[in-house]
Design a protein around this ligand. Structure first.
Ligand SMILES: C[S@@+](CC[C@H](N)C(=O)[O-])C[C@H]1O[C@@H](n2cnc3c(N)ncnc32)[C@H](O)[C@@H]1O
Length: 218
């Protein structure tokens, strides 16, 4: 599948205005609750960077715990993030080339983001570079363990999306990218290769969503 940065940026620019309502629809309103629970579960402090921030949901949750900056390359997603959260600093740019100095953040979060990055190895190297030694890397995305949820996602929700939005192409991308993405064990191996020690794995909704809380051991 085509995951060139130009293609991904164009897709998110196009779906930005429906992004939040679409998420509410396909998760039956649960995505906000899961993100809140995930962030509540772990320690974040000092300076935090929320990569692939989109419309800023995770940045908003982190704001209660740390001094957060949101980062994304879609200007339309950022426009909505800035309207929703005028008190948060959002910066436009590419995760594979972060405009920050080495060792400048205490934590870096990425939620439903890494899956969309063609050169994910470069992004992980950049995350390790801007994180302080022992800094926290937090990753959240779909898990692969729940057969029923995967079935609903792959076959039932596309029909809903088509009915509500008339265009299910971005959703088809989501289903396909989810299928091709790493499972939890593969993610752990990948993160370890990039010098992150996985301190904790946590699943939500019986494995539909999973997150990894890691320490930078460079
Ligand atoms: C599915 S959204 C996730 C938004 C938000 N984190 C959430 O949990 O709802 C993925 C976001 O990643 C951004 N993105 C994808 N690849 C990127 C890259 N290489 N650099 C910066 N942002 C990127 C897209 O523009 C989009 O806003």
């Amino acid at each position: 599948m085509n995951k060139s940065p130009e293609k991904i940026k164009e897709m998110f620019n196009q779906i930005a205005k429906n992004y939040d309502s679409n998420n509410n629809l396909i998760s039956f309103g649960l995505h906000k609750y899961i993100k809140k629970k995930a962030i509540e579960n772990f320690e974040f402090s000092g300076k935090c960077l929320d990569l692939c921030t989109g419309t800023g949901d995770i940045a908003y949750l982190l704001k209660n715990k740390c001094d957060v900056t949101g980062f994304d390359f879609s200007e339309n997603m950022l426009k909505i993030a800035r309207e929703k959260h005028p008190d948060i600093n959002f910066i436009e740019g590419d995760c594979t080339n972060l405009p920050f100095e080495d060792n400048s953040f205490d934590s870096v979060a990425i939620s439903f983001g890494l899956r969309n990055i063609e050169d994910y190895n470069k992004a992980l190297d950049e995350i390790a570079r801007v994180l302080k030694p022992d800094g926290i890397f937090f990753h959240l995305d779909f898990g692969k363990k729940n057969f029923l949820a995967n079935f609903i996602f792959d076959y039932f929700i596309p029909i809903l999306v088509k009915i509500f939005y008339g265009n299910d192409l971005p959703y088809k991308y989501l289903v396909q990218s989810k299928k091709l993405f790493f499972n939890e064990k593969e993610l752990q191996n990948l993160f370890e290769k990039h010098k992150f020690e996985v301190l904790k794995n946590k699943s939500f909704l019986f494995g539909t969503i999973s997150c990894q809380y890691c320490k930078n051991i460079k």
